[in-house]
Ligand binder design. Structure first.
Ligand code: ADP
Ligand code: ADP
Length: 205
């Protein structure tokens, strides 16, 4: 049966980096609410545009993100879910939609999160994730087109971490209390972290 993996972690923990690799490794969909919202940042909803929330480091209203996840789950057999659920009401919604084969928490300390977020760069053409210190492309053409996300500035990063502690840590506690969460130390080379994650995913299958 296809894998249905939930990857939890703070902003900057490495969820996007690892999810991309997991999707390739297992031939499953990468469902990421962050990318979906960035692609629709100025879409008018009855709650305003996603941009208003994202640029302030706040959560976009549940109704908007639940709809994105609903549509993505309907199209996916197996998946790795990245950036959702971010509060308890989203976690409840998710449990009504699907069962998971593995739930992992990527654990990274705050100093390292800030270093990773403020140095993050994105390739707008491929969506690939880079870092000014830890991971730059060899290709100069790619390097020249990299951009920094609007919300990866030091000021918004602080607000996003606060939003994470207030809203998303309770979600992690919730899965932990259910005995359903495997914690993975995310402070190592991306290859090493990937191996730790696949070890868990394969032992839970
Ligand atoms: P998230 O999706 O959890 O916000 P990303 O995967 O976008 O995190 O990673 C945040 C930043 O940290 C990116 O610049 C990425 O290149 C870098 N990064 C990811 N994993 C590691 C790692 N294991 N070691 C060092 N830097 C990393
Ligand atoms: P990161 O993993 O670095 O925090 P994401 O790309 O996952 O960043 O999310 C960027 C922004 O998109 C968040 O700060 C938030 O405003 C919004 N967002 C993403 N996922 C959700 C979600 N599940 N619920 C509410 N808002 C979300």
């Amino acid at each position: 049966m296809s894998k249905r993996i939930l990857l939890l972690g703070a902003p900057g923990a490495g969820k996007g980096t690892q999810s991309k690799r997991l999707a390739e490794e297992y031939g499953i969909e990468h469902i990421t609410t962050g990318d979906a919202l960035r692609a629709n940042k100025d879409m008018e909803t009855e709650h305003g545009t996603p941009r208003e929330y994202m640029d302030a480091g706040d959560l976009v209203p549940d109704a908007v993100v639940n709809e994105i996840v609903d549509a993505a789950l309907a199209d996916a057999d197996g998946f790795v879910l990245d950036g959702y659920p971010r509060n308890l009401s989203q976690a409840e919604y998710l449990s009504e939609q699907t069962d998971l084969t593995a739930a992992l928490f990527l654990d990274v300390g705050e100093d390292e999160l800030i270093r990773r977020l403020t140095g993050r760069r994105m390739d707008p053409e491929t969506g690939d994730i880079y870092h000014t210190e830890f991971n730059m492309p060899d290709d100069e053409e790619i390097e020249a087109r990299l951009v920094q996300r609007d919300d990866d500035t030091e000021e918004v990063v602080k607000d996003r971490l606060e939003t994470y502690y207030d809203n998303t840590e309770p979600v992690i506690d919730h899965y932990r209390e259910q005995g359903a969460l495997v914690e993975v130390d995310g402070e190592a080379h991306p290859d090493e972290v990937f191996e730790r994650i696949t070890d868990v995913v394969e032992s839970e299958a």
